[in-house]
Design a protein around this ligand. Sequence first.
Ligand code: PHE
Length: 356
Amino acid sequence: MQKDLQDWKGEQLISCVDEPTGSLILIGIHSSVLGPATGGTRMMSYDSEEAALRDCLRLSKSMTHKFAMANFPRGGGKAVIATPPSLSEKQRRGLLFRYGLLLKRLNGLFYTGPDMGITSDDLNQIGLTAPNYVFCKTDEDGQGHQSGEATALGVLSAIKTTIRYLYGSDELKDRTIIIQGAGSVGKMLILLLLEESAKVIFTDIDIPDKRMIEKGAIFVEPDEIYHQKGDIFSPCAQGGILKSETIYKLNCKAIVGAANNQLAYEEAGIQLKEKGILYAPDFVVNIGGAMSITGIEALNWSREKAALEIANIGATLDMIFHRAREQNINTVTAALEIVTQRLAEKKEMPEYLPTA
Ligand code: PHE
C-alpha cells in the first residue's frame, strides 16, 4: 500500500470500514491546491481491497487533472465504497447515511457527487447527514441537476472538435461513432449524436433501451465493439479498456469518450499514436458533469454559464491536439504538461519553512 500511495502522490487517504455492512470506504484527497477536493462517489463490489484502493487513487488523481485542465477552482478527490456483492435496500440506506456522517465530520475536506453505482436517491440519502457536501440532490420539486447529461454534452463538443480536426468540418452527418456503454452518459450521448444525424453503433452489458434502436442506433454485443469500423470510438463505461489486446482490434481514426482512466497503462497512449489513432485524453473530455454541477451548486453559476463552459471543452481539446502535433508528443503528455504547470503556479509557498 505504501508503494501505491507513493506513486499516487496525493495529499491524504481516508479509510474506514462500515461495520454493519462490512463495506470498505476509501476517500482519496489527491490535491487541494486549486480548491477543495471534489469528485464522485463510486459504489460497487470489487474483486479485492487492492482493486478498490487502486480505483480510488487513480480516479481521485484524474479529478485533479480534470479541474486543472478546465481551469476550474476545485481540487481532485474521489470516494470508493467497496460493498459486499449484494446489499438489501435497508443495508444500503444505512450505509449511505453513515457515509454522510463521515462527510459531515470531514467538514468540507471533500465534496461529492454521483459516479458508478450511485443513484440520485442515494445522493439524497447521503445528503440527509451531509447536505452541504453533496451535489446533485433532488430539490423539493423532485428536480435535480443531471450530471450524465452535462458530461454527454461535453463529450459531444469534444467529438465535434475531433471531427473538425480530422476532416476540416464538424458536420456529423454520415460520420460513424462507436459507443461502448449506454449508461447515464452513453445513452444521452447516443441520443444527441442521432439528433445530429450521425451513425451510431453501440454496446452495453445490459439489454439496450428500445428507444435508441428505434431511432436508428445499431446494437452489437460487448465483445464485438472494438473492431467496428468508424470515425470515432467512444469509451463510456469502464476504465482501463485501452491496452494491447484491444488496441490492435480498433478500426477508427480517434478515441473520444466519457469513461475515466481509459488507458490501462501509460504506454497505451504511445501505442495509439503509433497506430495513427488520435487520442482525446479522457480528463480533458469528461469534465462536463463535475464542472457544471459544481459550478451551479457551489459557485453560483447560471445554467447559461455552465453551458458556455461545457461548450468550451472542445476548444481546450483543440489546443491540446495542436500542441501535441507541434511538439510531436502524445496528447496525454501535452495535456499533463499544462496540468503540471497550472498546479505548480498555484501551489502556495508556506509562510516560513521549518528547518529540519
Ligand atoms: N462522476 C463525476 C466525474 O467522474 C463526478 C462528479 C459529478 C463530481 C458531479 C461532482 C459533481 O467526473
